[in-house]
Design a protein around this ligand. Structure first.
Ligand SMILES: [Zn+2]
Length: 198
């Protein structure tokens, strides 16, 4: 059932879930303990909270022990919030102040939403789940081309998120979205030609 899939995804976004954390070795065996992780959306929210280093300070390290905010997290968080709120207005006629409220409003009217729309939401939410897991460091994105970053020239440090058009450099945190991807392609082509011309 598509609605069940929707609820499962919503749960992963907002509900805490158990994870096994490695705590060391004991007599050659890896010891793990169970800990609870916040829902992915909570983790993403925490990652973009002001108080940690802003995107401008990227690479400069965060304050205290907080890791610096990742530009990818900021843009992904903005995209998810904007889209969820848009869906809530579309399907319920109500404006919602947060992504969470949008999700609960959508859950309320879900039985009345047509299959194709729910399927489209599920597909988008599945994509967000993957990208949140990448951005939060639970998984690595699969594609790392062996090309120099046009901004900082670090080799092989670009990460391409294939399902959405979004490329980020792990070193200088430059990033390219659908709007600027053409520019990235041009600059990569240019740097390739320059390298070959040498
Ligand atoms: Zn770079």
């Amino acid at each position: 059932m598509i609605n069940d899939e929707w609820w499962d995804l919503r749960k992963e976004f907002v509900a805490r879930y158990p994870i096994d954390v490695e705590v060391g070795d004991w007599k050659g065996e890896t010891m793990t303990v169970q800990r609870w992780a916040d829902g992915l959306l909570d983790q993403l929210e925490a990652a973009v909270k002001p108080g940690a280093a802003g995107p401008d300070a990227a690479g400069g390290g965060g304050y205290g022990s907080r890791p610096p905010v990742r530009v990818g997290a900021v843009s992904l968080h903005a995209e998810i919030t904007r889209t969820l709120k848009g869906w809530a207005v579309h399907f319920t006629g109500r404006r919602t102040p947060t992504a969470y409220r949008a999700l609960s409003e959508l859950g309320r009217v879900l039985p009345a939403i047509q299959y194709t729309y729910t399927a489209a939401m599920v597909s988008k939410m599945t994509d967000w789940r993957t990208r949140m897991r990448w951005v939060l460091g639970w998984e690595s994105p699969p594609f790392a081309p062996r090309v120099p970053c046009p901004q900082c020239l670090a080799l092989g440090m670009l990460r391409c998120w294939p399902t959405e058009t979004w490329v980020e450099c792990l070193v200088c945190r430059s990033y390219w979205t659908a709007e600027t991807l053409g520019e990235l392609r041009d600059r990569l082509r240019l740097s390739r030609e320059l390298t070959h011309a040498r």
